[in-house]
Ligand binder design. Structure first.
Ligand SMILES: [Zn+2]
Ligand SMILES: [Zn+2]
Length: 192
């Protein structure tokens, strides 16, 4: 049987159910023209919007979206089921860790490690990106508000610009202490 014939036959046999389904998806629609008009006025009437409207998880499309899976905000963000929310969170945090490690490795001269002489700190949780010329504060004043995860992504997407190095938190602080003393006596002692 040709596809067209099959579809026609299928439609005839399941007409009532298909119409009822469509009605529950889109609300009462009296005909194709109205449907077209609706789509024109509401282009967001996509799978996402349909699932949101029906209270189903926008990820798997089958489980009900639950309160526990949302982030509050009056229920507006409740769009995942518990399983999908957990899966998404894991993969997101995994991705963030991988991105961070990648950027720290680049600015650690190819090693996931603090750049300070003889420092062996290699735990990503204890490492940060340091502005070599101490322009971080000035950058923030200029409105370049990047911090945390966002900053790693920005550096990566910018093709790893020069002027940064990987330091552990202790050595970031050590560098700051040296900078403050340098301010007092005018010697750039933090430079190797
Ligand atoms: Zn789901
Ligand atoms: Zn260090």
């Amino acid at each position: 049987m040709a596809t067209k014939e099959y579809n026609q036959k299928y439609y005839q046999e399941h007409k009532d159910k298909l119409k009822a389904d469509a009605k529950s998806y889109y609300g009462a629609v009296t005909g194709p023209k109205e449907m077209q008009e609706r789509r024109r006025l509401k282009p967001e009437l996509t799978r996402y919007a349909e699932l949101r409207a029906r209270g189903l998880c926008v990820c798997c499309g089958s489980n009900p979206a639950t309160v526990r899976s949302g982030t509050g905000n009056g229920g507006k963000t409740i769009k995942y089921c518990v399983e999908c929310r957990a899966r998404i969170n894991i993969s997101r945090s995994q991705l963030r860790l991988e991105q961070k490690a990648e950027v720290l490795t680049h600015y650690g001269n190819g090693k996931l490690q603090c750049c300070w002489e003889r420092c062996t700190v290699c735990d990503p949780d204890m490492l940060t990106i340091d502005h070599i010329d101490n322009s971080g504060a000035a950058d923030r004043k200029k409105g370049n508000q990047y911090g945390g995860v966002q900053f790693y992504v920005i550096l990566k997407n910018a093709g790893y610009p020069d002027g940064f190095q990987t330091l552990c938190h202790n050595h970031q602080w050590k560098k700051e202490m040296l900078r403050r003393r340098e301010d007092l006596n005018g010697v750039p002692s933090w430079r190797k």
